[in-house]
Design a binder for this molecule. Structure first.
Ligand code: 13P
Length: 258
């Protein structure tokens, strides 16, 4: 499938932000604003799990997809504090971020654990958004491809081609997350092309590949115009309805219908 045939996807990762009142305003604005986008632009939000019921109530019937930022590697059991993928689907959720660099760094999630979480998400019928990305030290050492390739391979090794085709993969360079310093469109495209080739070798060439890391209304269009960038995973800018919707519109103008 050529770039022109792949839909765009923009997903907000709220991280640990939001309270009931502010969420309501944001969700309603996103639901309303997304109604004006062309059909080949998908929009999603990944919220803190405690707000899934609220999110379902406010987004059901809209075109916005929703989900969580992590799932347990277990289906159920004595795992205090964990939330299992089937619990998430009880609230109509479709998406689950797995392997975000903040979880890899602050919760010591290994590539192996991320792969198991991806399997649990798939089994529950969720679309896993598998995050990969290198640190600044790794980039400067010239090992970006080695790092992101190994992170992706660990996941792909556990999946069939059919399962791999159900993934979304997000390239999020750690040095670009929350820093205001996005990767350039050329830097991001180079890594995306590398990841696309890995996915193609697995028989999953059409997996949506999102870029994440300081995406803003000002830089989104240039990033989304790259042939292997199918959209974005948006942190800080997803908390402001006008910014998030502007990024969605940037996806729209770079989509087929746009
Ligand atoms: P920022 O957009 O705040 O840089 O965060 C990116 C990110 O980590 C999304 O998952």
């Amino acid at each position: 499938m050529s770039k022109q045939q792949r839909a765009k996807l923009v997903v907000g990762n709220w991280k640990m932000h939001g309270r009931l009142a502010a969420n309501a305003t944001l969700l309603q604005a996103v639901a309303q604003g997304s109604g004006e986008l062309p059909a080949d632009v998908r929009v999603g939000v990944c919220v803190p799990g405690v707000y899934l019921a609220q999110t379902q109530a406010l987004l059901e019937g809209s075109r916005v997809e929703w989900g969580v930022q992590d799932v347990s590697a277990f289906t159920h059991g004595a795992y205090t504090g964990e939330v299992a993928a089937p619990m998430v689907t009880d609230f109509g959720a479709m998406l689950a971020i797995v392997g975000h660099s903040e979880r890899r760094a602050y919760h010591r999630e290994s590539a192996e654990l991320v792969a198991v979480k991806t399997q649990r998400a798939l089994e529950a019928g969720l679309t896993p958004i598998v995050c990969v990305g290198e640190t600044l030290e790794e980039r400067e050492a010239g090992s970006t491809e080695q790092v992101v390739g190994a992170q992706l391979d660990e996941v792909l090794a556990k999946l069939s081609a059919q399962e791999a085709a159900r993934l979304v993969v997000a390239y999020e360079p750690v040095w670009a997350i929350g820093t205001g310093k996005s990767a350039t469109a050329e830097q991001a495209q180079a890594v995306h092309a590398f990841l696309r080739a890995r996915l193609a070798a697995k028989g999953a060439a059409d997996v949506p590949l999102l870029y994440g890391g300081s995406v803003k209304p000002e830089n989104a269009e240039e990033l989304f115009r790259q042939p292997d960038i199918d959209g974005g995973l948006i942190g800080g800018a997803s908390l402001k309805d006008q910014d998030f919707l502007a990024i969605c519109r940037a996806a729209a103008v770079t989509s087929v219908a746009g």
